[in-house]
Write a protein that binds this ligand. Structure first.
Ligand code: GAL
Length: 698
């Protein structure tokens, strides 16, 4: 294809962007990119899931021309096309995809190929039924639908390896193919005899002796003691928590090797410039996403708002979560053109919310946003899902909204090249902790994601940039680290956190933290386990609450609901920041938040689920004490501030999520990329307006 020369309109239209900015913009397009074709990939991509196998080839040019007119520069193809790629065992048809890619290239559209392994063909499942998934009830899945395969089946993996390798041999050096997606939204494990055998082997590798397993799981309880690994049941609920946690880890390791199997097949033939990702789901916790991400070059997720009710902070936290999988930029591999078809009520996102969501994704580090899907298959399970074209092949209203977003991406893309969010604040997210609390909630009202988000919202509002990372991630760059409900805390993680505090970091632990070791057994120190000596105090007792209880102290006053722990300071320099008021008799007057300075750092333990206004006061106070400042002070509550820096540039993405205009005063002059015009410090945002501003960063 013709290399696209990036001459963004933002660049041409900005009247006096200044020589420095001009150089930066040009540099961003040309620097550090290996070849001409790679240089032609726009830094910010708008895209869609396209299924050429469902349509006559004669139709493709029209589809691609309509995409091009909407500034679409990437399509994801092939992820459910196994029966078209290999209609009979060993008979491969790749010519159609080759032609589709060539046609896309003629329209300046790049391609991501999905391996089709989420949807095995009927010849495979009928000839080799042992590759089908077995449910927890022991029943084998049927053909039809998708995800009916067993993730642990060596035979299924052989087929996956073969099809992935053949695709990679064919397209691994195609200049218009920029990346690969493995499978699609992986999730359900299989419970058959083969998996069980692998689970036992996994346990044997982990524990070496059955005595060690018995000790860590305390199997003397209810006579669970095992003589052999082969006696250990395999269940995903209603079991010993040690077993349940290990089962989730085993599932994570099995999905990781499932992915690795295909990554290796692709890497053998593919050019290193082609990325490999897999698309993950909304807060997905079927497996440890950090473990899967280690196998991949790029994280991506499917950003859906199924009920159509877009709350920007609820979406922001998920962007930050996914950015934390690999601690770098990511893709939004799917999002909805207005609505989906799998919620109880599939309400449409308003057009302005589609725009806000896309820009928010970018603001939080996404370099691509793809709409699912371009056009609905005429038959099949998803006829009602939102699309960009109607069944007649002509645009539906969402097309025009997407085209508008595409025009904006084209204006601001070059400015964003080489930039990413850089936070001074992190939140720790641990799958082991999420799982452990879910196994034994103690109160149904303790939703781990809800609690995490309750901490995130005021923190994001205050700091305007938050990283969400694993407890094992490097922490040196953060002034403040907040770990809500870090229930499972290994000794190694505790050392890591203590070292962070001793080096001057400020650590805040939320309720239920440090209760269990990595085997899901209770720490004998009580909470927060191995961090008790550093905190100079511990949790005396925990309580699930029926009604809100009052609390007050140095950080303000308010109520706690859902969960409350009473704390006991032990060291003379551990201070009480808040106490419970008169309540259920157990809590009266007891400490709810304690803190201790450690050199220049500090450790704080919050024992209660705070009401939102109090949470805000507490988080603001702790952030200020940790020397965290808003990126842009004084912005209205409904205005989201995102910042991406790199290559000497600072780009602000300001999103007015509200219904009123708002004025934002920038700390330094910056050039508006979407509207053009000279650099400025004052921005007036109309309701639901997005502004992208390019400034310099030393
Ligand atoms: C996603 C899935 C797509 C499609 C879409 C419909 O979760 O990855 O294949 O089913 O939902 O909204």
């Amino acid at each position: 294809m013709q290399p696209m020369l990036l001459t963004p309109r933002s660049h041409r239209r900005a009247r006096r962007p200044g020589a420095r900015l001009r150089t930066l913009l040009l540099g961003a397009c040309l620097v550090g990119l290996p070849g001409l074709t790679a240089a032609a990939v726009p830094p910010l991509l708008l895209g869609t899931a396209w299924y050429p196998e469902q349509w006559p080839e004669a139709r493709w040019p029209k589809d691609l021309a309509l995409m091009q007119a909407a500034h679409i520069h990437v399509v994801r193809v092939g992820e459910f096309a196994w029966s078209t790629f290999e209609p009979r065992q060993g008979v491969y048809h790749f010519g159609w995809l080759q032609r589709a890619i060539a046609e896309a290239a003629r329209h300046h559209i790049f391609v991501v190929i999905g391996t089709p392994t989420a949807a095995p063909p009927a010849w495979l499942t009928s000839r080799y039924p042992q590759t089908l998934r077995v449910g927890p009830d022991g029943k084998r899945a049927q053909h039809g639908g998708r995800q009916q395969f067993s993730f642990s089946s060596p035979l299924y993996r052989k087929f996956c390896r073969e099809i992935a390798a053949r695709l990679a041999r064919h397209f691994g050096h195609n200049p218009d193919v920029i990346g690969w997606q493995i499978d699609n939204e992986m999730g359900p494990p299989s419970f058959g005899a083969g998996t069980r055998h692998q689970f036992h082997a996994w346990l044997r590798r982990k524990y070496h002796t059955i005595a060690a397993l018995n000790r860590h799981w305390t199997t003397a309880y209810w006579s669970e003691t095992y003589e052999h690994f082969s006696q250990v049941p395999m269940r995903a609920q209603g079991e010993n928590p040690g077993l349940l946690l290990d089962f989730r880890r085993f599932v994570s390791a099995t999905w990781a090797s499932y992915v690795r199997n295909q990554v290796r097949a692709i890497r053998r033939y593919a050019a290193p410039r082609q990325f490999i990702t897999t698309n993950t789901t909304h807060w997905g916790d079927q497996f440890d996403q950090y473990a899967i991400s280690r196998e991949l070059t790029l994280a991506s997720w499917d950003d859906y708002v199924p009920d159509g009710r877009y709350h920007w902070l609820d979406n922001a936290v998920e962007d930050d979560l996914v950015r934390g999988y690999k601690r770098r930029d990511f893709w939004v591999m799917e999002t909805q053109p207005a609505f989906v078809d799998w919620a109880p009520v599939n309400a449409a996102l308003p057009p302005y919310a589609m725009r806000e969501l896309a820009w928010q994704d970018v603001g939080h580090g996404a370099n691509a946003v793809l709409y699912w899907q371009w056009r609905s298959a005429l038959n099949g399970q998803e006829q009602y899902n939102g699309t960009l074209l109607g069944p007649d092949g002509e645009p539906v209203p969402a097309y025009r909204v997407v085209r508008g977003i595409g025009a904006q991406f084209a204006l601001a893309g070059a400015a964003l090249a080489g930039t990413e969010p850089r936070s001074r604040v992190a939140m720790l997210q641990s799958y082991a902790s999420r799982w452990a609390i879910d196994f034994q909630r103690q109160t149904v009202r303790f939703g781990v994601v809800r609690e995490f988000t309750a901490f995130y919202k005021p923190l994001e509002r205050f700091a305007q940039s938050v990283d969400v990372v694993s407890p094992q991630a490097p922490l040196a760059r953060y002034r403040l680290v907040v770990a809500p409900a870090l229930n499972v805390l290994s000794r190694a993680e505790a050392h890591h956190l203590a070292a962070y505090v001793r080096a001057g970091g400020h650590l805040v632990l939320g309720p239920r933290s440090g209760m269990k070791d990595s085997y899901d057994a209770l720490w004998t120190e009580r909470q927060p386990g191995p961090l008790v000596p550093l905190l100079g105090g511990h949790v005396e007792q925990y309580y699930a609450l029926l009604k809100p209880v009052p609390l007050a102290g140095a950080l303000g006053s308010g109520t706690a609901s859902v969960w409350a722990e009473t704390l006991e300071p032990r060291a003379s320099d551990t201070r009480v920041l808040m106490r419970y008021g008169k309540s259920n008799g157990w809590l009266n007057g007891k400490p709810a938040i304690i803190t201790r300075r450690i050199g220049k750092g500090s450790i704080t333990y919050i024992g209660a689920w705070l009401d939102p206004p109090l949470m805000r006061t507490v988080i603001d106070a702790l952030a200020r004490a940790a020397n965290v400042h808003p990126l842009i002070p004084g912005v209205a509550r409904n205005v989201e501030v995102c910042e991406r820096v790199g290559d000497g540039k600072r780009v602000w993405i300001l999103i007015n999520h509200g219904r009123r205009p708002h004025t934002v005063h920038l700390p330094a002059a910056a050039s508006p990329m979407l509207t053009g015009g000279p650099p400025r410090r004052t921005i007036v945002l109309a309701p639901h307006e997005v502004s992208v501003l390019l400034g310099s960063h030393s």
